[in-house]
Design a protein around this ligand. Structure first.
Ligand code: ZN
Length: 495
């Protein structure tokens, strides 16, 4: 076991060192450092891959004699990582990264000039390589299973299809109702209080203060600026977040900080005994996103939350929020309005953006959609589901970077995160019946303790499905999220 642990610790160290270089690239590195930084990161990542797929790791895995449950989980997960890493031939890995290099530039150009045809041949190539990748990894039912499994281990495409279908039946009419009422109240509504002047430093301090109240430990973390907010882990004792501040709009900086702090608290809460092993990581992207979404939406966009924080928000932003009540703020940060751009979408419409991409990805991989027909297929779904139609492809099929990065199978995890957050939140409500009272008092310790115990501490020892079964008694289920949005938004459809 010790030999295996030593080997896995070296691999973990290399990957975390690469993560530090990547974090620096997004936060402090001068532009000129890009080329050498790319080489440095590639060197470390390649070394980690070589160590993982070496005879030494395979030999240590075969020779290891587990003495504890953790040992057993470590062997199971390390073996799975090793198998996945060796199943894909290096020629295919190189072909994929080369195709991504070309596709990213083409996507940028296509988006800037609104010309899908510039990106089309690259997307065709990416889809072909994704199919090869899926064949190499192996799957039970359809190629999409293999790609989904990279991000959401043990989740089947058929589970996602069934869950999304249930969701769509409820969501499309709900959005229609909410949009109608929003249109009728917009003229008089208080929704615009989140637009105004919110000075940078006050936003920074206010967001971090709330993140600290939630339980984000700043002696083992920090926040910096970056163009695209993210969280990253160098060890259980060093988990960092970044944010982006817009002085004229309160939401992106504040909710971005809460979101990333949710991700970071997950990784800070992993059992210290798992440090320097592959178990010290989020178990799936869906579970990871459930943590960020819960703190951001179920808590940060709740009325009890604003009843607690509104006095300090008024103090921090006297110019913009002096006359704003908790109820007004609650309504302003929960405004529902169908929009074309996923990253700007509200909580209710967001999942429809994801389901649209999921349907198209599956159709592309199954050969059921010609790549040339994608823009129209996209726009038709937007119109049918959200009632709005993009007038150009930059606001439609070309808006996201993911496909140019070869990341097919990734999008569903965003929606899974929303659904799982509601499943966990309902289970938590059963265990902490006076939760609203706690939130209204700014007491988040019981919530964090529940998440620590049931989710964080396990790292990768429990899969997403294991966690859901243990806490909710079911697998993936859209019903709790549907109950959550209906309870939160239905009062506002009247008048
Ligand atoms: Zn996230």
């Amino acid at each position: 076991m010790q030999q295996l642990r030593d080997q896995l610790a070296r691999i973990t160290d290399l990957n975390h060192a690469a993560a530090i270089l990547e974090w620096d690239q997004e936060t402090y590195m001068p532009e000129g450092g890009a080329a050498s930084r790319a080489r440095q990161v590639a060197t470390l990542r390649t070394m980690a891959h070589e160590l993982l797929t070496s005879d030494l790791t395979a030999g240590a895995l075969d020779a290891a004699r587990p003495e504890t449950d953790v040992d057993q989980d470590l062997i199971r997960i390390a073996r799975r990582d090793l198998e996945k890493a060796t199943r894909v031939p290096s020629t295919l890995i190189n072909a994929i990264s080369e195709a991504q290099g070309h596709a990213k530039g083409a996507w940028q150009k296509a988006r800037a000039t609104n010309t899908f045809s510039v990106f089309m041949p690259h997307l065709e190539r990416i889809v072909d390589l994704s199919l090869e990748h899926a064949e190499a990894l192996g799957y039970d039912d359809e190629p999409y299973d293999a790609l989904l499994d990279i991000h959401e281990p043990d989740m089947k495409t058929s589970d996602v299809v069934a869950t999304f279908a249930a969701l769509k039946d409820v969501l499309v009419p709900l959005v229609r109702d909410l949009t109608k009422s929003a249109a009728s109240t917009r003229k008089t509504g208080p929704d615009n209080v989140v637009h105004g002047h919110f000075p940078h430093d006050e936003q920074w301090d206010f967001g971090l203060r709330v993140a600290r109240d939630f339980g984000y430990d700043l002696t083992r973390g920090r926040q910096d600026h970056s163009a695209h907010p993210f969280s990253t882990t160098f060890s259980i004792d060093d988990v960092r977040i970044t944010t982006r501040i817009d002085e004229s709009f309160f939401n992106p900086g504040f909710f971005g900080t809460l979101h990333e702090a949710g991700h970071a608290m997950y990784e800070q809460g992993i059992d210290p005994a798992l440090e320097r092993t592959p178990l010290a990581d989020g178990t799936s992207l869906g579970i990871h996103e459930s943590q960020s979404r819960m703190w951001e939406n179920q808590i940060g966009r709740s009325l009890p939350f604003w009843e607690h924080y509104m006095p300090s928000a008024r103090e921090a932003f006297p110019g913009a929020l002096a006359d704003v009540s908790a109820e007004m703020m609650f309504r302003a940060v929960n405004r529902v309005e169908p929009s074309l751009i996923r990253v700007e979408a509200d909580e209710v419409t967001y999942n429809l953006h994801i389901m649209l991409r999921f349907e198209l990805e599956r159709a592309m991989l199954a050969g059921e959609a010609a790549i040339g027909d994608l823009p129209a297929a996209w726009n038709d779904r937007m119109e049918a589901w959200l009632g709005i139609r993009p007038t150009n492809d930059a606001d439609g099929v070309l808006q996201d970077i993911h496909w140019s990065l070869g990341a097919l199978g990734y999008f569903p995890t965003y929606a899974l995160g929303n659904l799982i957050s509601a499943q966990l939140f309902e289970a938590m409500h059963r265990d902490i019946p006076d939760m609203d009272t706690h939130i209204r008092a700014g007491e988040f310790a019981p919530i964090l303790a529940w998440l620590r115990r049931n989710v964080h501490v396990w790292g990768r020892r429990r899969s997403a499905t294991d966690i859901l079964k243990a806490t909710c008694g079911t697998g993936l289920d859209a019903a709790p999220w549907i109950r959550y949005v209906k309870a939160k938004y239905t009062p506002y459809t009247i008048g």
